[in-house]
Design a protein around this ligand. Structure first.
Ligand SMILES: CC(C)(COP(=O)(O)OP(=O)(O)OC[C@H]1O[C@@H](n2cnc3c(N)ncnc32)[C@H](O)[C@@H]1O)[C@@H](O)C(=O)NCCC(=O)NCCS
Ligand SMILES: Nc1ncnc2c1ncn2[C@@H]1O[C@H](COP(=O)(O)OP(=O)(O)OP(=O)(O)O)[C@@H](O)[C@H]1O
Length: 201
């Protein structure tokens, strides 16, 4: 039975993954956004709140998870991060399965997964596209975000596979170091090529 072509989308912090995911949606490609799912599961009334509160007391409330607080506890403490991932990642796997059933008739679907290579998700995908920009562009983008410090940035970077390795492993590279228009043209070209590879009637 035919099925959609499964493209993974990844990239390190601040590289422009969310921006590219939005461009893909504008091209009519369904995008399953792991970060958005985590936010829903951790938001007000989210299904993961009881388990997170039990493991990290004081980090949840009526507004859901206090992400800044939880981030302080887990970024920089490998054991705590592994405990949080043990709660979050199985729920993400289930969400991905439902997404695929919902969009099973499409030629192409995208899974936007921040830690795609770090967690071995490439094994379940047909191809992977990585978004990346020069390190100094990444740094400037990330440090401009409210609440970000050079220390927090360094910690998060140390948890992620180096950008050069991601690019070496990926099948497609989307350069986000230029203008938004240049990036959009690359996105359009990639979508056209992949849809051609897997035409659906
Ligand atoms: C700790 C949390 C609450 C902090 O939230 P916050 O809004 O402050 O940061 P945000 O989620 O935007 O992450 C900031 C950066 O850290 C990276 N990051 C997030 N989780 C992880 C992780 N487990 N390992 C490595 N990098 C991570 C993100 O890709 C991003 O580049 C949140 O990141 C979380 O719940 N993480 C665990 C779930 C997870 O693994 N998510 C990433 C895959 S979907
Ligand atoms: N050519 C480009 N392609 C993509 N983003 C660009 C480009 N030029 C500038 N930007 C800007 O860079 C920022 C990238 O942020 P974005 O949230 O997309 O990154 P991200 O990789 O999803 O980050 P994180 O992993 O931390 O969630 C946006 O503000 C975007 O407008």
């Amino acid at each position: 039975m035919s099925r959609p072509f499964l493209l993974g989308l990844t990239g390190s912090i601040g590289m422009g993954k969310s921006t590219v995911a939005e461009m893909l949606r504008e091209e009519g490609v369904p995008v399953c956004d792991a970060d958005a799912q985590v936010r829903a599961l951790q938001g007000p009334g989210g299904a993961l709140l009881p388990a997170i509160e039990a493991a990290f007391p004081g980090t949840t409330g009526p507004e859901g998870v206090n992400r800044a607080r939880l981030g302080e506890l887990v970024f920089g403490d490998a054991q705590a991060l592994a405990r949080l991932e043990g709660i979050v990642h199985p729920a993400l796997t289930r969400a991905r399965e439902s997404f695929l059933i919902e969009h099973g008739a499409q030629p192409l679907v995208v899974f936007d997964i921040p830690l795609l290579f770090e967690k071995g998700h490439e094994r379940a995908l047909d191809a992977v596209a990585v978004v990346s920009a020069p390190a100094q562009v990444q740094r400037a983008r990330v440090l401009a975000r409210p609440g970000m410090t050079p220390e927090k940035f360094a910690n998060i970077l140390s948890l992620q596979m180096p950008d050069a390795e991601k690019r070496a492993r990926a099948d497609h590279w989307i350069d986000t170091g230029g203008t938004l228009e240049q990036t959009r043209n690359m996105v359009k070209a990639l979508v056209a090529r992949l849809r051609e590879k897997n035409p659906r009637t």
